[in-house]
Design a protein around this ligand. Sequence first.
Ligand SMILES: NC(=O)c1ccc[n+]([C@@H]2O[C@H](COP(=O)([O-])OP(=O)(O)OC[C@H]3O[C@@H](n4cnc5c(N)ncnc54)[C@H](OP(=O)(O)O)[C@@H]3O)[C@@H](O)[C@H]2O)c1
Length: 249
Amino acid sequence: MKIVVIGGTGLIGTQVCKRLREGGHDVLSASPRSGVNAVTGEGLQTALKGADVVVDVANAPSFEDAAVLEFFEKSARNLAAAEKTAGVKHHVALSVVGTDRMLESGYFRAKMAQEEIIRKAGVPWSILRATQFFEFIGAIAQSGARGDTIRLTSAALQPIASVDVAAAMANIAVAPPTGKIEEVAGPDKQPLVSFATTYLQHTKDQRQVITDDQAGYYGAIIDDQSLTPGANPILGKIHFDQWLKSSSA
Ligand SMILES: NC(=O)c1ccc[n+]([C@@H]2O[C@H](COP(=O)([O-])OP(=O)(O)OC[C@H]3O[C@@H](n4cnc5c(N)ncnc54)[C@H](OP(=O)(O)O)[C@@H]3O)[C@@H](O)[C@H]2O)c1
């Protein structure tokens, strides 16, 4: 199968391309670095020629509300139009667990808009919503920092190694379209503040951590359900402590 991976140079995209190539597929990594821009449409028609499947794991360069909305709306529309012209049989996209519960946040509003365009576009689709990547826990911890203290919520997270997300995405890409939103999450659920504290201890960060449920998640107050999956998610295999030991964090 010819599979085009939009955002194939990114954290998830690199690993999805590797897995699909190992599976014997003809994989094209497409992103601005290789002259393919899903927001402007540049290079899309050529890249998608003869493609059976498009996997979209691109991410916006700016998370500012208007910019991120424009990124996900324009890229989803351009991809749908180019896929129809090319006769693509399956569009697979990566979204975030809790997208529909987090609409206070501009990033999640943009992901919701992307999902809605995909669902109505007329190209057979599958969407996978993932929880926060382990690689993102350091940034989550930093988001609560003010001077020498870090305030973080005790609401639950169930984060996952990016390699487990990539494996799930690659499996979905080579299966028939589901027309459904599935979820993938890590094997362990704990308070956000606990994951962050483990990370900070591992990186020998001396700052004081204060549990504060008003600290929220990038400006949105969250509870134990906000960012954790519903019934029967796909589960990643790698635990956070295992990942920390093997990562460069
Ligand atoms: N971070 C998390 O915890 C988390 C959790 C759940 C889901 N997700 C989702 O996972 C997805 C992938 O995230 P990631 O962390 O792997 O991203 P990333 O490492 O930041 O990579 C972003 C990718 O997007 C590409 N890109 C940027 N602008 C583009 C454009 N105009 N057209 C086409 N490609 C473009 C980049 O290409 P260049 O290298 O050429 O610039 C790069 O390949 C996102 O959709 C995100 O919403 C993230």
